[in-house]
Write a protein that binds this ligand. Structure first.
Ligand SMILES: Cc1cc2nc3c(=O)[nH]c(=O)nc-3n(C[C@H](O)[C@H](O)[C@H](O)COP(=O)(O)O)c2cc1C
Length: 137
């Protein structure tokens, strides 16, 4: 089982419709490939976790990396892991721009600011901490 994490900058302002379109377009093929994960989005950046077999995750990432809807793709981790974090989700979308301002400000205090919202970390352990914070929030 492998887990890949990357961060990217969107080429347009991200809204809930865009996140939903990406999720809707991903669910079936992710399910077929046994891929699970989460797609976090601020209004400017994506952070995605992909979990599955080595070849499936590799192939999907190369595909996603060529998608013209984003750029500046930064690979954060591609590790062999014991188990999935997102076993229940073909792809779970989380729009941080939908959170209340207080929660966004708390996250900015912890993780820093980038273009008016939370700065997605580029260290894998910080990404996992952020994901765990979001689940508790
Ligand atoms: C931020 C982002 C995340 C994406 N995540 C997935 C995903 O998890 N699964 C997937 O099949 N496509 C995902 N896509 C879409 C793919 O890049 C691609 O558009 C889709 O697989 C359809 O490809 P096709 O038109 O060549 O069949 C994502 C795109 C972006 C911009």
């Amino acid at each position: 089982m492998y887990r890949l994490i990357y961060k990217s900058r969107a080429n347009q302002r991200i809204d809930w419709k865009l996140v939903n379109d990406l999720i809707a377009g991903s669910e079936e093929s992710n399910r077929e490939a046994g891929i699970t994960g989460v797609l976090l989005a601020t209004e400017t950046h994506f952070l995605q976790v992909l979990e599955g077999g080595f070849d499936d995750v590799n192939e999907l990432f190369m595909h996603i990396a060529r998608d013209p809807r984003h750029e500046k793709i930064q690979l954060i981790a591609f590790d062999c892991v014991e188990s999935r974090l997102f076993g229940g989700w073909a792809m779970h979308g989380v729009g941080i721009f939908n959170f209340n301002r207080k929660l966004i400000d708390d996250l900015i205090d912890h993780y820093g600011e980038e273009e008016g919202s939370v700065r997605f970390p580029v260290e894998d352990w910080k990404v996992l901490a952020l994901i765990s914070d979001l689940r508790m929030g």
